[in-house]
Design a protein around this ligand. Structure first.
Ligand code: 5GP
Ligand code: MN
Length: 342
């Protein structure tokens, strides 16, 4: 059970008794958990008559557009003025699913400068002290799981309606690899049961997220699997690297590369997978691992990133081929650790 500090929770509940201007901020390129947690909190807070805006530092993947409230999300990169107004006028800001302001990328300064009281709810390790209230539970499988407990412990379980439940279900489902990662506890299954009783249709949400790809994205996945997957069995590692040109060729949309990294881990014996993606100014990297091999440490030490033990990300300012070379050169250093995994 993730217990929120009772005194702090009481203070927040007191703040919520009067209608307020509230912003909810997920991390840059929000995934199912970041957006699910944000929209669930949004759907909860509007029932208390607050004026609520979800301000995202960027756009989000198309396969999350079914989430109730998603059409109202303000995209900072697309409508900067609206984001400026919302954050500057906010009295309360909830920061969800990130542990440091830099995870909001270009929105960082705007977020930090806002006079609003800030509340962090997150499951990444080592949160930076930039909020007035910090609720950090790195053992939790998803921030959406924490938002469920936040709402319940604040005394508002009865306000978990179908909309709130759908968003929370989707957040937990996506961050737990459809309920299969070690972070998924029996307790989390009980939360999921509650969400289904509150109206979340499990099969519909799975369909909305996983059976909703464009033809381009599906062909791009096929291309990556047949042409771009490199396997290094001596290190139990696999990786993909894709160029900007390839993204353009497959009419890349936000979210299209998400999840492809996991296919590396689906190969027998592989315990480390990486996905290198050439962006305009940087190489964005996704890492996934099994068991005790920490990609969070790998990303933090060598690729300016972080995340969780088995799912992390980072970036490089080198070229795509140099970044891949750097990764391959590092592998011998981690060989013992990789071979030790069950
Ligand atoms: P993904 O590979 O799905 O982009 O990210 C996997 C995990 O790593 C997520 O929990 C995400 O928060 C974290 N992550 C991804 N990119 C970065 C990064 O550049 N810096 C940090 N600190 N964490 C990241
Ligand atoms: Mn998350």
């Amino acid at each position: 059970m993730y217990l929120f500090n009772a005194a702090q929770l009481k203070e927040i509940v007191a703040l919520l008794t009067k209608a307020k201007k509230i912003c909810i901020v997920p991390h840059h390129k929000p995934d199912g958990d970041a957006l699910g947690a944000s929209l669930a909190l949004y759907q909860f807070l509007v029932q208390l008559n607050h004026s609520v805006k979800v301000v995202s530092p960027s756009d989000f993947p198309d396969f999350l557009r079914w989430m109730p409230g998603s059409s109202n999300v303000i995209d900072f990169l697309n409508t900067q003025k609206a984001a400026d107004d919302a954050l500057n006028n906010a009295e309360l800001i909830f920061c969800l699913d990130f542990n440091e302001p830099a995870r909001t990328e270009k929105m960082r300064d705007l977020l930090l400068q806002s006079p609003a009281k800030k509340i962090l709810i997150d499951h990444h390790l080592a949160p930076q002290p930039f909020c007035d209230f910090t609720f950090s539970f790195p053992e939790a499988c998803a921030t959406s799981e924490l938002v469920y407990h936040f709402i319940c412990q604040a005394g508002f379980k009865h306000l978990i309606n179908t909309q709130v439940a759908e968003c929370l279900y989707a957040g937990i489902m996506t961050d737990s690899g459809s309920f299969r990662f070690p972070s998924m506890k029996a307790e989390t299954h009980r939360v999921i049961a509650d969400l289904m009783e509150a109206g979340a249709l499990n099969y519909r949400i799975h369909e909305n997220v996983y059976d909703n790809f464009s033809l381009d994205r599906t062909r791009f996945l096929g291309y990556c699997l047949s042409n771009k997957l490199m396997v290094l069995p001596e290190f139990r590692a696999a990786y993909f690297h894709v160029t900007k040109e390839e993204l353009v060729r497959f009419h890349h949309q936000s979210g299209d590369t998400e999840g492809i990294v996991n296919y590396g881990l689906a190969i027998k014996g592989i315990v480390l997978s990486a996905f290198f993606c050439e962006k305009d100014d940087i190489i964005k990297i996704s890492f996934r691992s099994k068991d005790l091999f920490s990609v969070k440490d790998l990303a933090a030490r060598h690729f300016n990133g972080g995340g969780h033990m088995n799912a992390a990300g980072g970036r490089s300012t080198l070229s795509l081929s140099e970044t891949v070379k750097q990764f391959e050169k590092l592998l011998p250093l981690y060989k013992d650790e990789l071979l030790r995994c069950p």
